[in-house]
Write a protein that binds this ligand. Structure first.
Ligand code: SAH
Length: 336
């Protein structure tokens, strides 16, 4: 096949957001769960999803063209391994993540990305008059979608990043901005001698007890609510920040890390899970996640050098970087 022309490539780029929107629609309708047992005629599928058959057919036909669903016969649609990632019963499910992409206020900020080059405030704040976290505070149903999406990523992607390190020498770990405790639950299950504290905003962390209970590790974990710009819990020899620093400017990141530095044991370790952006021009999902940061948050994704500089300002030295598949890395730093 000849290379597509520049014109055709640009058309494909401009139309790519339509694929996102179709995936959001399919996630909202629960199509991946409905197709779990195999292909179905679109009419039967539409009846189960409470959808108009014609609209559903056109969406699934386009998604079949994009390789997301299978079309074994005209008008009959079936699952693919890619569609299966949207099943709710699959480990590392991206169902909640797809629903997060559907939140209209979040989409508006990304759609109006050009605002970011004119005004320093994140487009999200320019448009909605408040930041993402304040927004979630006032929209509990959207906060639940966000918690579910991050919980799913934690259990799979972020837990995999931690597999790059042997935590058997660690006694007590504090997960700063630990959400609903999914990452701590995964860690405690792998390390029976480890204890932990999950620290996050009070309205978020109140959901952690149930997660820790369900994972059978509640006897080794406590939960603490607060603001990491004020202080973080003392008494741990390891502090973990997973998908935290990228939300914030260098100044803000230094404030959070300095709060960790104040309470960490001298022999302690700081663990940061985030995208680690390569300096060169290779394709990297972190470079796209950085654009989510640009639209929603004051923060940014960082290169290893940028992390090292932020650590140094907060009294830490970068001791090692473990690049992990899926463009999420684990950085380890020590207090100086
Ligand atoms: N560590 C989790 C969640 C990352 S999302 C994971 O890897 O999946 C970022 C988290 O930072 C959210 O749970 C959010 O509630 C928390 N957060 C944001 N501002 C905070 C603050 N000021 N104090 C404490 N936690 C905060």
């Amino acid at each position: 096949m000849p290379e597509p022309s520049p014109h055709a490539r640009m058309m494909a780029i401009l139309h790519a957001p339509l694929v996102t929107q179709m995936v959001v629609a399919v996630a909202e309708l629960g199509i991946a769960d409905l197709l779990a047992d195999g292909p179905q005629p679109v009419e039967a599928l539409a009846a189960k999803a409470d959808a108009r058959p014609d609209a559903l057919h056109r969406i699934l036909r386009a998604l079949a063209g994009a390789g997301v669903v299978a079309q074994p016969a005209p008008g009959v649609y079936g699952p693919t391994p890619v569609l299966d990632t949207l099943r709710t019963d699959t480990p590392g499910s991206l169902h909640a993540w797809a629903r997060l992409w559907g939140l209209p206020e979040r989409q508006a900020a990304i759609t109006e990305l050009v605002r970011s080059v004119r005004d320093e405030r994140p487009p999200f704040e320019q448009i909605h008059g408040r930041g993402w976290w304040a927004h979630l505070d006032e929209r509990p149903e959207q906060a639940a979608v966000f918690r579910d999406a991050m919980g799913d990523l934690s259990r799979e992607l972020h837990a995999r990043a931690l597999a790059a390190y042997d935590f058997s020498g660690v006694h007590r770990i504090c997960d700063v901005g630990g959400g609903t405790g999914d990452l701590v639950a995964a860690l405690l299950r792998s390390y029976p001698g480890l204890t932990a504290v999950v620290f996050d905003q009070p309205a978020v962390v109140e959901h952690a007890a149930a997660v820790l209970e369900r994972a059978g590790v509640a006897d080794r974990a406590t939960v603490a609510g607060g603001d990491f710009f004020e202080a973080v819990p003392a008494g741990a020899d390891a502090y973990l920040l997973s998908m935290i620093l990228h939300d914030w400017t260098d100044e803000q990141a230094v404030t959070v890390l300095a709060n960790v530095r104040r309470v960490i044991l001298h022999s302690g370790r700081l663990f940061v899970v985030d995208a680690v952006i390569p300096e060169d021009d290779r394709p990297h999902d972190g470079k796209l996640r950085d654009i989510i940061m640009l639209a929603l948050h004051p923060g940014r994704e960082r290169t290893e050098r940028e992390f090292a500089a932020v650590f140094e300002r907060a009294g830490f030295r970068l001791a090692g970087t473990h690049a992990v598949s899926g463009s999420t890395g684990l950085l380890v730093a020590v207090p100086v």
